[in-house]
Ligand binder design. Structure first.
Ligand code: COA
Length: 538
């Protein structure tokens, strides 16, 4: 493999301007993450201390092996939604190392509205379970939740991807043989009672943990019976009498210790071996990405400069360099793991789409994970290209991306517009993980373009009706709200709040996150036994 020769002038004014812009975005990211982690009311803190419970981050700290990384999922989910305080959708979830083994953790934060489940909390729970299923990782639930956030019950309960799907997934995971371990560290009321009930093993904390289908107020209202939460569903009841729980814990710390022992006793994982090499850092400093990525998303730049700062020793074997140059494809290693990389270097043409299709097939056949670096305004449009079959060729690429079964990873490093999002493995194409950089934008098309389309549609309609075209003022009235909505709803912050991604990454740390993600993916077979695609339109 050859070292990518950089052409970046780190002393140029443009480099410094870009660097400062990205640095400001990364500072904003760090600030937002800090708020999501720390912003809790004094009332909630006092209540937790009074109950002798540990904060969720402390529980995690005790659970995870010391000095191991925790790959947090969607830490900014629900940002700016509800009352603006349901940080992380009230859940901390992610992939961490327990007793030397990669596991998925899903923990309610009792300091956020009693750990109740908001609609985005359901979405996060389902995403966390999907990660466990796709990567065949054991899952640990630390439950401490008042159940459904009742004022929004219609958004949580009835539909296919609502609350019921969490327990459905638990049954499916059980059938798949994915270990599920539950710590009952607070209330598990009503639906939430099924999380421990449907887990393989349940550790129950004395005094604070309780499982019941109806809490004391409901029991009193329904039957007149007066009982405390502990009498109704405490550790003693469920460990001694009902058999719902399996291990009796004296307190939070003891519960975590028991969970660690359960993980230690699991059969060892059978990770896929994919010819890992000795990891080597890139030749160029990953932080230089700040100065390379242009401040304005539409400004072109060479994606090889990003690849050079992401892959081991900045070495890259480029595939079909001279053909379809608007898509860079090639092989490299990240933290020692082989990857096939596809990075945009402009609009997708027929040749670039065909090159992608061939490259994806090769990686899939060889069992090499795919990394998509998305910075795409779309597939080329116009009469000449339609005649040349761009839709047919775009289809082949989309088809290959959809059906390749090796692990796929997507990082949206700039624009993610139109069908380009599909061809470059957007969320709907089931990458194992998808992240955004803080400068990224996503949408059917950019705001300006969408506004122009709507003005043209309106003018065509007026012309058909024999009426005069829109005045300047009317054009402004159509354009402004469309542009404003696209700007607000197309940025990385909005995306991550809605969980269209797994989180926003510092570009300089992306390589490390990818290393963890690839390692995670290797807990599952590298690809389906049956290698194959649908029919490619020729
Ligand atoms: N829906 C909406 N809000 C809820 C809620 C629910 N199910 N359960 C609790 N809350 C809110 C409380 O109103 C309170 O809000 P505030 O901080 O704005 O005043 C906050 O969550 C904390 O509740 P609080 O009771 O003060 O804290 P706690 O630590 O003593 O107890 C619970 C937390 C969850 C154990 C307790 O509130 C409870 O039992 N809730 C009802 C559980 C239930 O029956 N759920 C059925 C739904 S399936």
């Amino acid at each position: 493999m050859e070292v990518i020769e950089t052409r970046i002038d780190t002393s140029s004014e443009e480099y410094h301007r870009n660097y400062e812009a990205m640095e400001a975005l990364v500072a904003k990211l760090q600030k937002e993450l800090r708020i999501a982690r720390e912003d809790r009311s004094e009332k909630a803190k006092a209540r937790l201390a009074q109950q002798n419970k540990l904060p969720v981050r402390k529980r995690l700290e005790l659970l995870l092996d010391p000095n191991t990384p925790f790959l947090e999922i969607a830490p900014l989910a629900a940002r700016g939604m509800y009352d603006g305080k349901i940080h992380g959708a009230g859940i901390v979830s992610g992939i961490g190392v327990v007793e030397g083994r990669e596991v998925v953790i899903h923990a309610n934060d009792p300091m956020i509205k009693g750990g109740t489940i908001y609609p985005m909390g359901v979405k996060k729970g389902l995403r966390t379970q999907a990660i466990a299923m796709e990567n065949r990782l054991p899952i640990i639930y630390l439950v401490d939740s008042g159940g459904a956030y009742l004022p929004l019950q219609s958004e949580i309960f009835p539909d296919a991807d609502d609350g019921g799907r969490i327990f459905y997934n638990q049954a499916v995971m059980s059938k798949m043989g994915i270990p599920q371990i539950c710590g009952v560290m607070g209330l598990c009321t009503a639906g939430a009672a099924y999380i421990p009930a449907m887990s393989d093993e349940v550790v129950h904390v004395k005094g604070t943990g309780a499982i019941f289908l109806g809490g004391p107020p409901l029991v009193k209202a329904a039957t007149g019976e007066e009982v405390t939460a502990d009498e109704l569903g405490g550790a003693s009841v469920h460990c001694r009498e009902s058999g719902v729980s399996d291990y009796f814990a004296e307190d939070d710390a003891h519960c975590i210790q028991l969970i660690r022992q359960i993980v230690r006793a699991l059969p060892p994982p059978n990770k896929t071996k994919i010819g890992r090499r000795e990891p080597r850092p890139p030749l160029y400093d990953p932080k230089e990405i700040y100065g390379i990525v242009p401040e304005k998303i539409s400004t072109p730049y060479d994606v090889r400069e990003v690849i050079a700062r992401m892959v081991d020793a900045s070495e890259f074997l480029e595939f079909k360099t001279l053909y379809g140059p608007t898509l860079v494809c090639g092989w490299a290693y990240i933290h020692g793991y082989p990857v096939g990389i596809l990075g945009n270097n402009g609009v997708l043409f027929s040749d670039s789409a065909l090159k992608a299709t061939q490259f994806i097939q090769l990686c899939d056949k060889r069992g090499i994970p795919l990394l998509f670096l998305q910075n795409i305004s779309g597939y080329i449009i116009g009469r000449e290209y339609e005649k040349g079959g761009i839709t047919k060729d775009g289809h082949k690429m989309v088809n290959a991306v959809a059906t390749a079964t090796v692990p796929k990873f997507t990082v949206i490093i700039g624009a993610s517009f139109g069908a380009g999002n599909y061809g470059m493995c957007g969320r709907a194409y089931s990458p194992r993980f998808l992240w955004m950089w803080p400068n990224a934008q996503i949408g059917v098309m950019g705001g300006e373009q969408a506004a122009d389309v709507m003005v043209t549609v309106k003018n065509d309609q007026l012309a058909r009706e024999g009426k005069p075209p829109l005045t300047e003022e009317q054009v402004r009235q159509i354009r402004e709200p469309i542009i404003a909505a696209a700007l607000k709803e197309g940025d990385a912050w909005y995306s991550t709040a809605n969980m269209w991604d797994d989180g926003i990454l510092d570009p300089a740390k992306t390589r490390d996150v990818l290393g963890l993600a690839i390692s995670t993916a290797l807990n599952a077979p590298i690809r389906d036994d049956v290698y194959g695609y649908g029919t490619f339109r020729m």
